[in-house]
Design a protein around this ligand. Sequence first.
Ligand SMILES: [Zn+2]
Length: 271
Amino acid sequence: MRFLLLLLPWCCTLTALAERQPLQIGVSINPLVSVVAAIGGQAAQTSLLVPAITDPHTFELSPRQLRTIERSDLLVFVGLGLEFWARNFSASQRAKLFLLGKTLLEDNPHVWLDPTLLRSRLPELADRMCGLRPELCATFQRNLSTYQALLLQLDQELALEIKGWSKKNFVSYHPAWHYFAKHYGLTEIGELKRGHMSDISIQELQELLKRSHNSGASVFLIEPRGATQQVSEFATRLGFEVVEVDDLGLAGEDYISLMRRNVGALARVMK
Ligand SMILES: [Zn+2]
């Protein structure tokens, strides 16, 4: 009994200490780091799992990243097949997951490139954080409101810019801009990559070129990952004006700056 009484203050101090530790959040892709950090503020520590320069479709987990997953209280992933390397996650690892694309029925994972889709999922993310740290819930909810307002402002700014473009159709390297195009009234005529892994066939390429010609699409979106130089030369030979956009961003680049940079790049050829 005496031993238990001695142990009590020690155990409770430990609990209090654990509560003061920042919430550990593993984030699968670079553009979501700043989003999660904005809601978590000082009370959360985010760790990126797939480095910004890496193609998330061909990524493999290292022992260091596995340790990050084990250490995390919460894992913010996109889902919809993007984190294929999480297929064999254990039940306890799965229990930590928050999936950004959970409410969508489509199989295209590039949800974050539509700021309104991203925004619609953040209250649930803040609720998950609240469940893990009830004593910090008011902070998470306050941070959420501030960031939601910034995303709304970003969306209005991008919509106003895109509304003024004379070109509305484009062809892209891989189907990253599907939700972005749908939301801002643009049309993605097609892609060189079927899904993420394989190239389209010669016949599909011929059909794509015919569709682009008929729709007047003259702009081709390339990305900084993959065979950028070869794809750019190929698209130029086919008569497209090539523009580089980035679905994942540079290391440390925040989501709002990334979206502004992409729309700025597109504006130079679509206006
Ligand atoms: Zn992709």
